[in-house]
Design a protein around this ligand. Structure first.
Ligand SMILES: [Zn+2]
Length: 341
């Protein structure tokens, strides 16, 4: 699971997203804020941290972001102790209608200490359908002095009627250099390791931290070494690997994503791309040798197989993972065998 940046100790509260932050600050100073927002973007990039800063901007008369902010109101908001600001999330995998009604009750009353009552709902795609319909009433007739921020990495799972009533703020993935800098600071990594991990994290700091906490990096190294054997994959080995992966959804997704970084790196090396764009920087020697054995068109075709499998896994939770993985591995094996130079 992608690490929730909100729970990381000593986390820098605002990383990147400069345009979003300054546009939120501007809308507050010009009193042009909306009643309801949708903060949308991949997991682990700081959407919730910025939503909380937004609650500070809305309420604090002298808001300014610094790491050592001492303002009493902002400190209370950031620590989750402010009576007018609530951060909510799913319980047991969903947000139900009774919860939404409680929040609506909270918004009905005037703020106690601050100018605005703010509710931030994380993982808003987990608000179930009935609860989303109940929420519509608040979105259509927002109580004065209230601001609602829904946060999600799956905006398409929200009802169109809900989405259309929210002001959408789209968060882009973080730059590799920003992630590298932050994990160096948090985890005291060397520059090479930080750059490598940041590249593997595909723009998500939470993913980078996840890669560092689990044994995931070692697994990726083993996988790249395995894939770099070229056409020496035994059928039995592949099917056995497929069987083991299909019982662990996260590991399966990791495998495919790492496989895609491997292919992408090979294509970069084959086409003379900049070495700084390579993600698996610690495995350049293996990759360089491996790149000589494949054609770009073959690699692209393997990449497409992986992307298709990843898309199917994301879209259908009831899919037969073992079958999907078997088919993906067999196709990849065929493509690699076909294209060996
Ligand atoms: Zn303040």
């Amino acid at each position: 699971m992608v690490v929730d940046l909100f729970k990381v100790k000593n986390m820098t509260k605002i990383l990147g997203h400069e345009e979003i932050v300054s546009s939120l600050e501007k809308s507050v100073s010009e009193k042009r804020t909306a009643h309801s927002y949708l903060f949308s973007g991949i997991a682990g990039i700081g959407k919730k941290l910025i939503a909380i800063e937004f609650a500070c901007m809305l309420n604090c008369p002298s808001y300014s972001f610094t790491e050592h902010e001492r303002c009493g109101m902002c400190v209370k908001i950031r620590k989750g102790n402010h009576p007018d600001v609530r951060v909510e999330g799913p319980q047991k995998g969903s947000i139900r209608i009774d919860r939404v009604r409680q929040l609506q009750g909270f918004l009905k009353y005037a703020p106690m200490e601050a100018p605005y009552r703010v509710i931030i709902i994380d993982d808003a795609h987990l608000i179930n359908r009935a609860a989303q319909n109940a929420l519509l009433k608040t979105l259509e007739e927002p109580p004065g002095g209230s601001v609602l921020v829904l946060i999600t990495d799956k905006a398409s799972s929200l009802l169109p009627t809900v989405r259309s009533r929210l002001r959408t703020v789209k968060f882009a993935p973080l730059e590799r250099s920003i992630i590298a800098r932050e994990i160096t600071r948090l985890k005291h990594l060397g520059q090479d390791e930080a750059t490598c991990v940041a590249g593997l994290a595909s723009g998500s700091l939470g993913r980078a931290l996840e890669l560092l906490t689990a044994n995931t990096l070692k697994f990726r190294k083993d996988l790249v070494e395995f894939l770099s054997q070229g056409n020496n994959f035994g059928l039995a080995t592949l099917l056995d690997l497929s069987f083991r992966l299909s019982s662990d959804a996260q590991k399966l997704i990791d495998t495919i994503e790492f496989g895609m970084t491997w292919i992408r790196d090979l294509i970069i090396l084959k086409t003379g791309g900049a070495i700084s764009c390579v993600v698996n920087t610690d495995l350049v020697d293996i990759l360089t040798t491996s790149a000589q054995h494949h054609s770009v068109s073959g690699l692209l075709s393997v990449f497409n197989e992986m992307a298709t499998a990843l898309g199917l896994l994301a879209s259908d939770t009831n899919i037969n993972k073992n079958l999907l993985t078997d088919v993906m591995f067999l196709k990849i094996r065929d493509r690699l065998n076909d294209t060996m130079g």
